[in-house]
Design a protein around this ligand. Structure first.
Ligand SMILES: [Zn+2]
Length: 75
């Protein structure tokens, strides 16, 4: 059920527990902020696969593509 960070076009927020991006997606407990599928190997988050508290940031196109490049295509 986890989404790929590649091509994701919804709102992305930063997880305050680990500093990594997260998205709002469905879970068994309703919609919760959670991490992307590429982050299985790359992040240590105490709440993984969910995110902790999140905060919104004003992405610009450059910073967002830089962030995406940090997560290699694992498929
Ligand atoms: Zn996190």
């Amino acid at each position: 059920m986890m989404k790929s960070i590649r091509g994701y076009e919804g709102e992305v927020r930063i997880c305050a527990s680990c500093g990594q991006p997260s998205y709002l997606g469905p879970t068994e407990c309703g919609s919760l902020w959670q991490h992307f599928s590429e982050q299985w190997d790359g992040v240590y988050c105490p709440r993984f696969p969910l995110a902790g508290q999140t905060f919104a940031i004003d992405w610009d196109a450059t910073s967002w593509s830089d962030v995406r490049r940090m997560y290699p295509d694992t498929h």
